[in-house]
Design a protein around this ligand. Structure first.
Ligand code: BGC
Length: 348
């Protein structure tokens, strides 16, 4: 079958490969892949900056934002032939650590977790894949091809859960949220914020293209300029850029008791001048919290599936700005100015 493979840490090594059908050891559920979304992590992998091949192998099948149709499933499995499904990305570490042992692999403590399409396990960008029944998440049939947005949404469902759990340490009735970055992650963070009843402000740099309209389309407010101009003293900040200076600006302007959730992965190598003493002082005096959040467990996929099912379909359609046939995969990794979510079409 055809699969998109890469030699991790080798830029320019991505190719459309002929590979063996997926091994039975990957799980009894056989899925025909329909689409795979492309995110910053995939771009990092294909540029040679991230990713690990399965042990003993040179190449990794990439793709972790998936949508597929079940072809075979054992009776009694939570998914059945014909169902639309999304594959969970992470698998628990083999030890397992205390968190992986209870299904909270997104909080793996020893770093020995694996991730499909990213770390030591083949991903979903192949014509078929196999999966364990408990790692296939059923998608509401009314979503159709929009189900490919489920994995990135799961990352934000986890982020919001962290915010609520931390906020809930005292009386918690957040009113205003700031989202930094209006890429797919920022837009999905904003969607979930609006669904929670918050007044949501989104900060980005561009003044044209689809971002301002998408933000306004969910009833949030779009801003360019500084953090404090966009929303001073928010109760929640969802940081979706990974830009160091924005992270510190957000910390400085958070409201009392506020929670700042970091979801963006930055590359290192840049230093900033910050008044660490002042920042510490205001965070202590105002009980503020900063939390990093990565990946998602099954509970978050379920929350994401529920959130997408109740979102406006027309808005979700506009989130997918470009579809690229598998044969032209190179185009999917070259950013175009109006890109939001780019999707590789693998099947029909
Ligand atoms: C994926 C996560 C993953 C993270 C780090 C993200 O792009 O959505 O599932 O844990 O990359 O590898």
């Amino acid at each position: 079958m055809k699969a998109l493979t890469v030699v991790p840490n080798q830029a320019g090594s991505t190719k459309l490969d002929d590979v063996e059908e997926p091994p039975a050891s990957d799980g009894p559920v056989l899925v025909e892949t329909l689409a795979v979304g492309v995110c910053g992590t995939d771009v990092e992998i294909t540029s040679g900056n991230y990713g690990w091949a399965p042990p003993g192998r040179e190449r990794l099948v990439i793709g972790h934002e998936s949508l597929g149709r079940v072809r075979e499933a054992p009776s009694g499995a939570p998914v059945a032939p014909g169902d639309l499904v999304v594959g969970i990305v992470r698998r628990p570490d083999p030890v397992p650590c205390a968190n992986c042992a209870v299904g909270e692999w997104d909080f793996c403590r020893n770093g020995q977790y694996t991730e499909r399409g990213i770390k030591e396990r083949d991903g979903y960008c192949s014509q078929h894949y196999r999966i364990e029944p408990d790692y296939a998440v059923k998608v509401d049939p009314s979503l159709g091809h929009l189900g490919v947005l489920l994995e990135p949404t799961s990352v934000l469902a986890k982020g919001w859960e962290q915010v609520d759990r931390i906020g809930g340490r005292a009386h918690w009735a957040p009113a205003r949220a700031l989202v930094t970055g209006a890429g797919p992650i920022g837009l999905l963070a904003a969607l979930l914020g609006v669904q929670r009843g918050l007044e949501v402000h989104v900060l980005d740099q561009v003044t044209s293209g689809p971002k301002p309209e998408l933000v306004e389309g969910i009833g949030a407010k779009y801003h360019t300029g500084t953090v404090s101009d966009a929303c001073d003293q928010p109760d929640v900040v969802m940081e979706c850029t990974g830009v160091g200076s924005l992270v510190f600006d957000a910390m400085e302007h958070m409201g009392p008791g506020g929670v700042l959730c970091l979801t963006g992965l930055s590359s290192g190598g840049r230093s900033l001048g910050v008044d660490a003493g002042m920042l510490n002082r205001s965070m202590v005096l105002e009980n503020e919290a900063v939390v990093g959040s990565v990946n998602a467990n099954r509970r978050h996929y379920q929350a994401a599936a529920d959130a997408l099912a109740k979102a406006d379909k027309g808005w979700l359609v506009r989130m997918i700005s470009r579809k690229v046939p598998l044969e032209h995969f190179e185009d999917a990794f070259v950013r175009q100015p109006d890109d939001i979510k780019v999707v590789i079409e693998v099947g029909e």
